[in-house]
Write a protein that binds this ligand. Structure first.
Ligand code: GBH
Length: 450
């Protein structure tokens, strides 16, 4: 019973959703099957020096060919819901023409979930932009926002009535798409300019806002929202300078996305950090971006500690003695509670929250048929406790998804960083439930019998 919320936790109330998540490029493989087109991640992986050991998602977990086995694992875990994403380059071509074979995969996925009594949280965009759109400027091109709305329309019509889709998500972590993709270049398409990052963010958010009414019309019974990554920033020393550094960090990490979505404006402090990088915003854009959402998905992994390095300049402080994961991220569950309580204070119209990702990477090995991932079990349990404390203090959290269902292609870090509840041997494709998965399943079973 290691992986369970504390006794009496609000997370144990009926209706609270527990699940696990994945994304298309990280697990599907079958990169050339059934007319799938090239994505920016295929191109990025093929560019020398971008991904550790030159790895790519060509095969990944071969999930595209092992759908039933993976659905059975979800059933075995006993989750209420599964969060996955659709690969845009699988389902429509450059002319906007649907690819029936690619779409069929997601129909089978939803049918398979439905048959097993598992709800679906469907993400439209988890970073795998069709390369033909990048060739026209990608998210720097305003037109991509309109192409995204067409894609949202196609998929919400095609998948209507299949399985039990509880929620649609426009974007996963626009911050990563904008900043890592166009600002620091660690992710596809690998461009490097803060001005471009700001413009890409604007078009990502515009695409989100344009898609919302379309999704609502095509899937009126589902919730509609967006998933963001965020982290609290703490001042290293209790000085005015370090407190300002922490504020600037939270502005760039959290408010850059949340203020436009919930307040309809970009935070002015952002332009102190990135002087002269304001995006081009047309009349009416901010009203589209701030259209009401039914829920906000939060991906929480860690915190940041900041110091000032002179006016409007911040420095990440690394304290060596704290517990870390193999991503080198600090394990800091209290940050989840602090972040949620700050959001509740800062945004009067904060929608209900779902923790759409939380988890950690570790060096997991199969020994005697078992994977003893003790650190992950403790990590999940401590974050359950932090979430429970935030709920006790009035934060409206409706669900929690472990990242990830299984070990997968961890972007620029390739296959070495293992986030899964389920271990994947990437040579044989054998799946082994880690101890954390078994403990999570035990908790979900005990809860079902409540
Ligand atoms: C998510 O992104 C992705 O949605 C998912 O696809 C991915 O596999 C998963 O996380 C694991 O990486 O150095 O402590 O300040 C995570 C986005 C942005 C979270 C950068 C961590 C820096 C943490 N990440 N952030 S820290």
């Amino acid at each position: 019973d290691l992986v369970s919320p504390p006794a009496g936790s609000a997370m144990r109330r009926p209706g609270f959703i527990f699940g696990a998540g994945t994304s298309s490029y990280q697990i599907e493989g079958a990169a050339h099957a059934d007319g799938r087109l090239e994505s920016i991640w295929d191109r990025f992986c093929a560019t020398p020096g971008k991904v550790l050991r030159g790895e790519n998602g060509d095969v990944a977990c071969d999930h595209y060919n092992r759908l039933d086995e993976d659905l059975d694992i979800l059933k075995r875990l006993g989750v209420d819901a599964y969060r996955f994403s659709i690969a845009w380059p699988r389902v429509m071509d450059e002319a906007g023409k649907p690819n029936a074979k690619g779409i069929d995969f997601y129909k089978r996925l939803l049918d398979g979930l439905g048959a097993r009594g598992i709800k679906a949280f469907v993400t439209l965009y988890h970073w795998d932009l069709p390369q033909y759109l990048e060739d026209r400027g990608g998210w720097l091109n305003r037109d991509t926002a309109y192409r995204f709305a067409e894609y949202a329309d196609l998929m919400s019509r095609e998948l209507a009535g299949r399985g039990d889709v509880a929620a649609w998500t426009t974007h996963n972590e626009p911050w990563c798409s904008a900043y890592l993709g166009y600002g620091d270049g660690h992710h596809a398409p690998g461009l490097k300019s803060n001005r471009w990052a700001a413009q890409a963010m604007h078009h990502l958010l515009l695409g989100h806002g344009l898609a919302l009414p379309i999704l609502r019309a095509n899937a009126p019974q589902a919730l509609h929202g967006i998933v963001i990554n965020c982290a609290p920033g703490y001042a290293d020393k209790d000085t005015a300078e370090d407190r300002d550094a922490a504020l600037l960090f939270e502005t760039y990490q959290n408010r850059w996305v949340l203020d436009p979505l919930l307040k309809g404006e970009y935070p002015k402090d952002l332009w102190r950090l990135w002087k002269g990088c304001e995006p081009l915003v047309l009349d009416g854009d901010m009203d589209i971006i701030k259209r009401p959402i039914d829920y906000l998905g939060i991906n929480y992994y860690s915190r940041a500690v900041l110091a000032s390095k002179g006016p409007d300049t911040i420095d990440w402080v690394r304290h060596p003695e704290v517990e870390r994961t193999t991503m080198d991220w600090e394990v800091y569950p209290q940050g989840l509670q602090d972040l949620f309580e700050a959001f509740k204070r800062d945004y009067a119209n904060l929608p209900p929250l779902y923790i759409t990702e939380n988890g950690m990477s570790s060096h997991d090995k199969v020994e005697g048929g078992e994977v003893n991932d003790l650190q992950r079990q403790a990590y999940l349990k401590s974050h359950f406790a932090a979430c429970s404390r935030a709920m006790d203090n009035g934060v409206d959290v409706r669900g929690y998804f472990v990242w990830s269902l299984m070990d997968n292609f961890e972007w620029a870090f390739g296959y070495e960083r293992r986030f899964g509840l389920v271990h994947v041997d990437f040579e044989t494709q054998k799946r082994t439930l880690k101890r954390s998965a078994l403990a999570y399943a035990d908790f979900l079973k005990e809860r079902a019998g409540r």
